[in-house]
Design a protein around this ligand. Structure first.
Ligand code: TXA
Ligand code: MG
Length: 327
């Protein structure tokens, strides 16, 4: 299949929108990761997305809106708190789970009674939706590989398999949106992200929101979470802060390793190439890209220095633990 490659201009987005309206599948940038979108009301188009990604069909998709005004098209019995969160965080990397509107594709919501929705903070994405329809869109990668954060990731992995790709440069956040379930009380943070648990707790009130680890029966609530995600081929060793050098010495690796750690902590000679960052925002923005890079270099071992499990650090550790095959 020929994959059309578009830029951020209005005429290009119009063409991409017409592809969506004809039941096609289009990759587009968001602020978190690239998404692979289909018209959320077109059952056949949504099925194609599952097929292309090799995504298990019990893993529901997020529906992307142009603005909060579209919420009623996709959700039902919308509580006040949804509008409060929308006003504070949309457009932005917060996904909320609500009771679904029956018009939405059953496939997109994996036959659940709920729907996950967000308004992305990216002009290309919102224009595309405005000119077409709310978009059911998972991350634009083959299931199991790291989420795509640069246009090249999408072109390399999905070129020839989808109708079109809109290039929008590197994403700004780098890890997927925070997912918050509003259909039970207390609300459940199903997936940590750039909008942190601590922030949500401040906004909603203490005790109003709990982490998924604290909630029982989450496996039933968010089927997608049981799958292993974001895995590079390389094996990831997670090492405690300050124990990097000792770990490397002790392990006596015979082949090349790549270390991911804050700038300045690496001095030993054994490490030739490595990835360093200043601050958690920079780490979040690059982590998936670095996983891909390590694989493309053929390196088999990643050593990751743990970050503190709070704020954005919780979201990063969630992704790294999953990538390492833990949890
Ligand atoms: O930042 C993001 O969220 C990106 C961009 C493209 O928006 N999208 C993304 O989609 O990460 P995906 O499909 O990779 O992850 C969606 C997550 C999955 O963990 C899924 O199980 C959960 O959202 N989810 C979707 N619908 C749900 C629902 N009705 N109830 C509970 N969880 C749901
Ligand atoms: Mg994904």
């Amino acid at each position: 299949m020929e994959t059309k490659i578009y830029g951020p201009g209005e005429a290009d987005i119009e063409e991409a929108a017409s592809i969506i309206m004809k039941g096609g599948v289009v990759a587009f940038p968001t602020e978190t990761v690239y998404g692979l979108g289909a018209d959320a009301f077109n059952e056949k188009a949504v099925k194609k997305v599952y097929e292309i990604k090799g995504r298990p069909n019990d893993n529901p998709m997020i529906v992307h809106l142009e603005s909060v005004n579209q919420l009623m098209m996709v959700a039902d019995e919308i509580p006040e708190v949804a509008y409060n969160l929308a006003e504070k965080y949309w457009p932005g990397p917060l996904t909320i789970v609500l009771k679904k509107n029956p018009m939405i594709s059953k496939t997109a919501t994996a036959k659940l009674k709920t729907v996950a929705v967000r308004v992305p903070n990216n002009n290309i994405a919102r224009k595309l939706i405005e000119l077409s329809s709310p978009l059911a869109a998972p991350s634009a990668n083959i299931s199991g590989s790291p989420s795509p954060t640069r246009e090249k990731h999408v072109v390399d992995e999905l070129g020839g398999k989808i109708d079109a790709i809109i290039k929008g440069g590197d994403v700004s956040v780098g890890i997927e949106s925070t997912v918050l379930d509003l259909t039970t009380e207390p609300y459940i943070l199903l997936r940590p992200g750039k909008i942190t648990f601590e922030e949500l707790q401040d906004f909603l009130g203490k005790g109003k929101v709990i982490k998924k680890e604290e909630a029982k029966k989450v496996a039933v609530k968010s089927p997608g979470l049981k799958y292993k995600h974001y895995s590079p081929k390389a094996k990831i060793h997670i090492v405690k802060k300050g124990e990097l050098e000792r770990f490397i010495e002790k392990s006596k690796f015979t082949s090349e390793v790549i270390v991911i750690a804050p700038k300045g902590v690496l001095e030993m000679e054994i490490v030739r190439k490595n990835f360093t960052y200043q601050g958690l925002d920079e780490l979040a923005k690059n982590i998936f890209s670095w996983f891909r890079k390590v694989d493309s270099m053929g390196v088999k071992t990643i050593i990751f220095e743990e970050v503190e499990e709070k704020g954005l650090g919780s979201a990063i550790m969630d992704r790294v633990n999953k990538a390492a095959g833990q949890k």
